[in-house]
Design a protein around this ligand. Structure first.
Ligand SMILES: Cc1cc2nc3c(=O)[nH]c(=O)nc-3n(C[C@H](O)[C@H](O)[C@H](O)COP(=O)(O)O)c2cc1C
Length: 215
C-alpha cells in the first residue's frame, strides 16, 4: 500500500530556516502589536513593529520587550536608539493601519525614517525625547530602566518604566482597565497576521469557593 506524503506527519524538529521561524513564532499566540518609536542622539527617528511585549509589574509600571541583535547582515536601529537615548514610545494601531505598520519591519537604512517611508506622522511631547505616532489610539512613553543581553540566543530584553500614557477617555473602564476593543487595537499572530479582537468574555477574580462569575 502506498502512503501519500500528506499522510506522513511532518516532524516539526526537521524544519529549518523561514519555515521554522514561522512555526515557532506562532507558538506564543496572539500578542499586542505596537509601533515602537525611537530616535538617536542626532534626532534621526525610527519606527518598528514589535510584538514581544511583556507586563513586568504595575508599581513601578514596567513593560519589557525582546529585541533581536545586530547581525552582520542587518542593523537593529530600535535597540541602538534605545541604548543611545534611554527611551522609546509604544503606539497602538487599528486594523486600517496594519499594512503600513507591517511595512515598518522592512530593513530601511538608518538615514530613512519609517515614519516618512511608511506614512506615519511624528508627534513630540514636552520633555520626552522619543517620537510618538500622531493620532495613535494608545500612546505610551517608556524610560529605560534595565537592559539584559540574553546569553541563550543573543537577543536583548529592555525594561522600561511607563512615564507617559495617553488614551481616549471613553476607553477607560469604571474598574480602571482600558477597553482595548473600544480603541480598536490590533493583535498579532506570528509575523504576518493582524487581527482585531472583540470585547471577549470577562470574569470577576477567581476564588476557590465559588464558580466563575461573568462580569
Ligand atoms: C508582526 C511582527 C512582529 C515583530 N516583532 C518583533 C519583536 O518582537 N522583536 C524584534 O526584535 N523584531 C520584531 N519584528 C521585526 C522588526 O519589526 C524588524 O526587524 C524591523 O526591521 C526592526 O527595525 P529597526 O531595525 O528599525 O529596529 C517583528 C516583525 C513583524 C512583522
Amino acid at each position: 500500500m502506498s502512503v501519500s506524503t500528506s499522510d506522513v506527519p511532518r516532524n516539526w524538529l526537521t524544519c529549518r530556516g523561514a519555515e521554522r521561524a514561522l512555526l515557532i513564532n506562532s507558538l506564543p499566540g496572539y500578542k499586542t502589536g505596537m509601533l515602537v518609536g525611537t530616535c538617536d542622539a542626532d534626532d534621526q527617528t525610527n519606527l518598528a513593529i514589535i510584538s514581544s511585549h511583556v507586563h513586568l509589574g504595575s508599581n513601578p509600571p514596567l513593560l519589557a520587550m525582546i529585541l533581536r541583535p545586530n547581525t552582520g547582515r542587518s542593523e537593529r536601529h530600535t535597540l541602538g536608539n534605545i541604548l543611545d537615548t534611554r527611551c522609546w514610545t509604544l503606539n497602538g494601531f487599528t486594523l486600517d493601519h496594519a499594512a503600513r505598520a507591517h511595512q515598518t519591519s522592512a530593513p530601511y537604512p538608518k538615514t530613512q525614517s519609517e515614519f516618512d517611508a511608511c506614512g506615519f506622522e511624528e508627534e513630540r511631547l514636552p520633555a520626552f525625547v522619543a517620537p510618538f505616532v500622531k493620532d495613535a489610539p494608545l500612546q505610551i512613553g517608556c524610560a529605560l530602566r534595565e537592559h539584559h543581553p540574553l546569553a541563550i540566543n543573543g537577543t536583548h530584553m529592555v525594561i522600561g518604566e511607563v512615564q507617559r500614557l495617553h488614551y481616549p477617555e471613553a476607553a477607560r473602564r469604571s474598574d480602571g482597565a482600558l477597553a482595548l476593543d473600544a480603541m480598536g487595537l490590533v493583535a498579532i499572530a506570528g509575523l504576518d497576521t493582524y487581527t482585531q479582537p472583540d470585547k471577549g468574555l470577562r470574569f470577576l477574580p477567581a476564588d476557590t469557593e465559588s464558580a466563575p462569575a461573568a462580569l
